[in-house]
Design a protein around this ligand. Structure first.
Ligand SMILES: *Cc1c(COP(=O)(O)O)cnc(C)c1O
Length: 236
């Protein structure tokens, strides 16, 4: 075992322990929580270490990076597209993703539906909601989310599984509690409408800095990058 290998498995063990205690505090079962290892900018060698430590769910925010890594990782990996998706790139990932977290418009959903129909597969998606209404962020507003759900639900090759948000960057995770609670409430409100073809089982919220609070507020998927792989270094 080399140093990074030890570090990554240690990081994952730490996060799992944090998940357990957040579940205990909120009376939830740890089996309800999926830890997605966000591997953007990180090499396949490190992803394989996370895989060896038990991770099967990996999140990428860029289509090209996902497709390049796809062939190099074991076949039982579940790939999550978590970043903004351009319509002209949908066809490259349609047969590779387990879940698309970032659907925020009917036009994007229609494109996914079209490509999914070509391979005759129903694609699971989440609606991305900009719950804190930050101008810099993608996502539909909380208000528009219901209408979007109703319209996307009509597309036969798409299955809406739930909602996703990228909460604001904060120093103390407690500051995001209100946004996580808001997204959970929206999740409940949409579920109550019993829209055909809409499940609302998945609530994707919480990142390295705030996943414990997100779990306390009902997250079923947390997306953790830095906490597993360390800081990202972007080359310009
Ligand atoms: C990068 C990213 C994450 C992970 O962020 P960390 O703070 O490194 O855990 C989660 N979700 C999305 C959508 C991201 O782009």
């Amino acid at each position: 075992m080399n140093d990074t290998n030890y570090l990554i498995s240690k990081n994952i063990a730490h996060i799992k322990a944090q998940i357990d205690s957040a579940c205990e505090r909120s009376g939830r079962c740890k089996e309800e929580i999926t830890l997605i290892a966000v591997s953007k900018t990180k090499p396949v060698s490190l992803m394989k270490e996370a895989y060896a430590a038990g991770c099967r769910d990996f999140g990428e925010n860029r289509v090209q990076e996902l497709t390049e890594k796809y062939d190099q990782m074991p076949k039982d990996v579940k790939w999550h597209l978590i970043g903004h998706l351009q319509r002209n790139k949908v066809r490259f990932i349609i047969d590779k993703v387990a879940l698309i977290h970032s659907v925020d418009s009917l036009r994007l959903a229609e494109e996914i539906n079209k490509e999914a129909s070509k391979i005759n597969r129903i694609i699971s998606i989440l609606l991305e909601v900009n719950i804190a209404e930050e101008t810099s962020k993608f996502g539909t507003t909380g208000e528009d989310a219901v209408t979007l759900a109703e319209n996307v639900a009509k597309l036969p090759f798409i299955k809406i599984q739930g909602l996703m948000t990228v909460a604001p960057y904060v120093e103390k995770q407690e500051e995001n509690r209100e946004y996580f609670a808001k997204l959970r409430q929206l999740h409940v409100d949409i579920r109550k409408k019993n829209i055909d073809n809409v499940s609302m089982n998945v609530l994707s919220m919480g990142m390295s800095g705030d996943y414990q609070t997100a779990i306390e507020e009902g997250a079923t998927c947390i997306r953790v990058g830095t906490g597993i792989f360390g800081d990202r270094h972007y080359e310009n």
